[in-house]
Design a protein around this ligand. Structure first.
Ligand SMILES: [Ca+2]
Ligand SMILES: [Ca+2]
Ligand SMILES: [Ca+2]
Length: 389
């Protein structure tokens, strides 16, 4: 068994980030649809369950308001509503899929939801000094499922973009004052932030050891623009106005011409998607050139987020709360047997899977037949032996 594990790991490391000679990518098969009667204030995809969690406000009434709604993509319907608190907003999911952090805007707080145990964490008040605040961005620290970085706006003043950290026990000391409006967790030890509220447009890199955060280096105007946001993928920073930055050297690697709006890079395929209004564009990560674009014949307002939502699918939600799926496009299947989500398939994935079975967690229903039993472990082990390709 351990021989097999070792062989599997060796093959997998190669297959995870292949250096592909770039074939032409086409969006000819792309289509989009939207979940009906939904207003989502935040949304994330859970690869372990193949569902989307979305924040639903109170105005839709009992019993679905103030919940995390769980949407099954295949049936296009909500399959569960988890009561989470007053006016849930932004969401961020840990890279292992175990924790979803939720900004509870009505209570000026943040709390977690454990997708494996179903436990809801306590409310942690969002405070800058003694002032209540709301989050304009939250992101889970990679490799630290219980820890988030938050960019906070104080309610009673114009002060915005205050960087704060929260762990399972509450606030963790922050690094002092930096204007940080958009946040990207690059790896378990690196946070990059962007100031989109004044023309300094500072991009800052912080180191983080799981407890202490330290400012390392900053540079202005590498990325510029108000309301521009950043995210990290495959160790690089992608902005919502087309800029790619190396966070280690704080240098600009290139700009996707016509790349603006919600972004999702797919480093495994060497491509990056942008959804701008009702137009989806795909760019080559090496040349930065446009590879293809498609206009969907549906009115879409400004998209807030674009995210992987399973094989050949992206999910999105807009600033007006529309939640939708784009399908028929190149997106690799999630590697479910990398249960821990660290990019490596090894014994820890089996161990975590068995823990989930023992907790009777729905994420361990590997064959999605509604039952947790030995056949799930059997099928997980068979898939594990094959690895991810
Ligand atoms: Ca994205
Ligand atoms: Ca793993
Ligand atoms: Ca099952």
């Amino acid at each position: 068994m351990f021989d097999r594990v070792a062989i599997c790991c060796g093959a997998l490391v190669c297959s995870f980030f292949p250096s592909l000679a770039q074939a032409q990518v086409s969006l000819d098969g792309a289509s989009t649809w939207q979940f009906e009667d939904v207003q989502a204030w935040g949304a994330v995809y859970s690869r372990l369950e193949n569902v989307i969690y979305a924040s639903i406000h109170s105005d839709v009434g009992y019993p679905t308001g103030n919940s995390l709604a769980v949407f099954d993509i295949d049936s296009r319907t909500a399959i569960d509503y988890i009561t989470i608190g007053s006016e849930p907003g932004l969401l961020s999911i840990s890279d292992d899929g175990s924790m979803i952090h939720v900004a509870i805007d009505g209570a000026f707080s943040v709390r977690s939801y454990n997708t494996i145990t179903g436990d809801i964490g306590q409310l942690h008040p969002l405070l800058v000094g003694n002032n209540a605040a709301v989050a304009e961005d939250i992101v889970v620290s990679m490799g630290n499922p219980g820890t988030i970085f938050a960019a906070l706006d104080i309610l009673i003043s114009t002060s915005d973009g205050n960087l704060r950290l929260y762990g399972s026990g509450g606030e963790i000391p922050s690094p002092g004052y930096f204007t940080c409006n958009s946040l990207a967790s690059v790896d378990p030890n690196t946070l990059v932030t962007y100031n989109n509220s004044d023309t300094g447009y500072g991009l800052y890199r912080f180191s983080f050891d799981g407890t202490d955060i330290v400012f390392e280096e900053g540079r202005g105007s590498l990325i510029s623009g108000f309301n521009v946001r950043i995210e990290a993928k495959g160790g690089l920073i992608y902005s919502t106005n087309g800029v790619v930055v190396d966070p280690v050297t704080l240098t600009r690697l290139g700009v996707f011409p016509g790349g603006y709006g919600a972004v999702e890079s797919i480093p495994e395929l060497g491509i990056t998607y942008y959804l701008s209004g009702d137009t989806l564009r795909v760019f080559d990560n090496e040349t930065f050139l446009l590879m293809d674009e498609i206009d969907f014949d549906i009115p879409l307002s400004s998209s807030r987020e674009l995210f992987v939502a399973g094989e050949n699918r992206l999910g999105y939600y807009t600033t007006t709360g529309v939640l939708g799926i784009i399908e028929g496009i190149p997106v690799p299947a999630p590697c479910i047997v990398d249960f821990t989500g660290d990019g490596v398939v090894d014994f820890f994935d089996i161990s975590s899977f068995i823990t989930a079975i023992n907790l009777q967690s729905s994420v361990a229903d590997f064959n999605t037949d509604g039952n947790l039993d030995f056949t799930d472990l059997e099928e997980f082990m068979a898939a594990f032996a094959e690895g991810c390709h």
